[in-house]
Design a protein around this ligand. Sequence first.
Ligand SMILES: [Zn+2]
Length: 351
Amino acid sequence: MSKIARIFLSAAILGFAVAAAWAQTDGPINFGRPARAESVSEFIKAATRYLGPLCLPNSEAPLELKNASLMNVARRYLGAVEEANRVYRRIAEKKGAANFIAEISLDEAAVPQTAEDLFFILAAVSFRNMAVQTIAPRFSGAFLKGIDYEGDVQKFAREFESALAVVEMAKLTFDLPANLKLSIHSGSDKFSLYPIMHRAMAKAGAGIHLKTAGTTWLEEVIGLAASGGDGLQLAKDVYAGALSRIEELVRPYLAVIGIDRARLPSSEEVNAWSGLEFVEALRHDPSCPRFNPHIRQLVHIGFRIAAEMGGRFTDLLRRHRDIIESQVTENLLRRHIEPLFLGRFADKIPG
Ligand SMILES: [Zn+2]
């Protein structure tokens, strides 16, 4: 089996594992669901000693850990941490604690967490002895799937620096894995943030996890469309399938997509496009007049349509492996890894 198909399948299996975990916990973890009263008072009792100023590295002013934040975490997040702990224990029991990487993501909460909230959430995680290796907070602004950041970049810069510092301080304060790091959801395509994130990471000497899973699927569709013939037809069929099932596809992603349906062309219109026209509409190049972020987001969440095609999809991936591989390398290495982790920036927004 080709590497691309394997990666796709492992992503599908991971998706299944998450779906199974959701089913066992009555749906996605609800941030608002409170923990039991005894757990709340136990947590507050154990965490109260951390109230007061917390000196952060590379920061002039200490972070003030206030009672209001402790109460907010006890009320809004403790129940979710306990639910995550149940899922964590179940996976650890089946797989062995050393054989998987646990991440807690809070990025779909209704409001962003403050740096203080993050500190107390990590306290709750450590009190449950969960070996969490990455944590994805919600920052202000919108981190939509497959498109650039929308929001106040300078505000994000301050929040990101504080969050990096808080994770480092939490590791010194609590019993948490040494490689615990921030995770960014949705991390792909946030080209306007990578220079800021690179500088902040270099200053803090810290790493992060950038979640980019869906962007590789989009490169597969771009590669298939670019190869023309039956590859292009499959890409068009994915679009048509996704458009006809849009209600079903958007439902799990309402917090992380911003599709304007009036900007989605009909499948008849798209069927008449050349490979280049399809590629230009889908590829994330804001300087290209044909780029359509609404099409891009719809295809992003439409991976299920290809998965249902089974062998037709995977056979074409194998046949057009070369062109897809070069798309994936260009995207992940040149547009994501090099600017974010190595500080190498292209002169213009890459296309
Ligand atoms: Zn997420």
